[in-house]
Design a protein around this ligand. Structure first.
Ligand code: NAD
Ligand code: UGA
Length: 457
């Protein structure tokens, strides 16, 4: 079959894979090639055991793979064949040199740009899919404009999907954002990208803007989302002291239509691969431009998140008579949120390490994330056990700490759990998913988040 156009994507991760699968699925007239330097990942994309777990992804990939969606390690051929090249490589926090621990590390992005420059055999549109610092397009343009043969147009098209709901987010996005230079050639290239999305996204949901707005809007959106969580979390200690109830506050505040009720769930702290890295990146950019007050403002979101994780551990320590040495604590959940095996930046990592520092014995239970949990805690010296069975995890435990909001934990037999534990038995519900009154009646000392505790002494 003759394809109308060929689209390549460099980077076959959590974003590149699902995003391109949806484009291929919705646009059978295009050929879509996803490439990655990681052969094991590509092999898995070509197998029945995909490297990314997302509800609905398997079905879509099965329908289009080898028809108009191809996974390969051949970066050169993909660049040559495609008219449009998305780049969705990782942009982690820099770990060395100037800006270490804050700035985004753009080495993977720059390598991709140089590959495009090296292998291109015609003019191309290059699309920033990765989350990048504002003004990255300028650097990329500088590299690409050293070509004396071909012309490249750089477009920003950040991704807003969340893990666990990626396919739904891609099929029915709130919006698609496409930024470009406001030159005739920039606007023409932008329209090419609009045309792709128009195949399934209503035109009014496709926002076009100048390229810097588009780059910065992605960082801003993540900062706003994380800020809501830090705002609600920052109120939890005050609730615990005063007798106010954080759920009632979230409801009362969220029913104001200007504020809205989403993303106001208190937690042990947000995790995931992006919120922290993107806010640090935003903070770094502000500092770079001499905007210290603005940088401090955004940084506070991350600081409050660290405070919340530490506070959770301190509360466990204080309530359990200021010693955890030799006490067994069952961690319910390790993933950074429910319905994923991803543990990147999960609050569980900090909490587990701090509990082990207090010489607590840990038994960790999670339906999907134990493999990653073991990797995250590799080299941590202490007694740590892993089990998929929550009843096994609580045997002789002194306390349960709920870290991830898996539905599974809501429906356990807590009478049985109580009987398996040492007394007094404690529950610290870091997600407020359990029935606290019922647990108290069973005999537990219950510590919800942002509500006064229910204790028997
Ligand atoms: P990831 O680490 O899962 O995937 C990135 C892939 O790029 C890796 O497989 C890596 O091998 C590959 N890669 C790196 N350099 C390469 C090169 N030179 N050539 C070919 N392949 C190369 O990362 P991700 O989670 O998919 O995130 C990618 C970008 O998207 C980041 O900037 C992130 O901030 C952003 N983002 C992520 C999410 C998310 O939910 N994970 C959502 C929105 C935006
Ligand atoms: C987040 C954003 O939601 C996406 O829009 C964005 O594209 C993505 O980051 C990214 O740039 O990588 P993700 O990290 O996958 O997506 O998951 P979220 O649902 O946002 O959850 C992040 C963390 O916040 C989790 O630890 C979650 O438990 C926590 N959270 C979320 C709360 O503590 N309370 C809430 O009310 C919501």
């Amino acid at each position: 079959m003759e394809f109308e156009k060929v689209i390549a994507c460099i980077g076959a991760g959590y974003v590149g894979g699902p995003t391109m699968a949806v484009i291929a699925y919705k646009c059978p007239q295009y050929k879509v090639i996803v490439v990655d330097i990681n052969k094991e990942r590509i092999d898995r994309w070509n197998s029945d055991n995909l490297p990314v777990y997302e509800p609905g992804l398997d079905e879509i990939v099965k329908q289009v793979r080898e028809k108009n969606l191809f996974f390969s390690t051949d970066v050169e051929s993909a660049i040559k064949e495609a008219q449009i090249i998305f780049v969705s490589v990782n942009t982690p926090t820099k770990e060395y040199g100037v800006g270490a621990g804050m700035a985004a590390d753009l080495k993977y992005w720059e390598k991709s740009a140089r590959d495009i420059l090296k292998y291109a055999n015609s003019d191309k549109i290059v699309v920033e899919k990765s989350t990048v610092p504002v003004k990255t397009a300028e650097a990329i343009e500088r590299i690409l404009s050293t070509s004396d043969k071909y012309k490249f147009e750089v477009i920003s098209n950040p991704e807003f999907l969340a893990e666990g709901t990626a396919i739904n987010d891609l099929l029915y996005p709130d919006r698609v954002l496409i930024g470009s230079r406001e030159t005739p050639s920039g606007i023409k290239a932008r329209e090419e990208i609009v045309k792709i999305y128009e195949n399934w996204v209503p035109r009014e949901k496709i926002i076009t803007s100048n390229i810097w707005s588009s780059e910065l809007a992605k960082l801003a959106a993540n900062a706003f989302l994380a800020q809501r969580i830090s705002s609600i979390n920052a109120l939890t200690p005050l609730c615990e002291i005063t007798g106010a109830d954080i759920e009632e506050i979230a409801y009362a505040v969220g029913t104001d239509s200007r504020i809205g009720n989403k993303f106001l769930k208190p937690s042990v702290g947000f995790g995931g691969s992006c919120f922290k890295k993107d806010i640090l990146n935003l903070t770094y950019i502000c500092k770079y431009y001499g905007l210290d007050e603005v940088a401090d403002y955004w940084l506070k979101i991350v600081e409050i998140n660290e405070y919340q994780k530490n506070r959770f551990v301190l509360r466990i320590l204080e309530e359990m008579f200021n010693t955890l040495s030799g006490k067994k604590i069952a961690l319910f959940g390790f993933a950074f949120k429910a319905n994923t095996n991803d543990t990147r930046e999960s609050a569980a990592i900090t909490i587990a390490k701090k509990l082990v520092e207090e010489r607590a014995i840990l038994s960790i239970t999670d339906p999907k994330a134990l493999e990653n949990a073991k990797k995250d805690l590799e080299g941590v010296e202490g007694e740590i056990y892993y089990t998929e069975d929550p009843y096994e995890a609580v045997k002789d435990a002194d306390a349960i700490a709920v870290i991830t909001e898996w539905d599974l934990f809501k429906n356990l037999d807590y009478e049985k759990i109580y009987s398996l534990m040492r007394k007094p038995a404690f529950i610290f519900d870091g997600r407020n998913i359990l029935d606290h009154k019922k647990l108290f009646e069973i005999g537990f000392n219950v510590y919800p988040l942002g509500k006064p505790p229910l204790k028997h002494f």
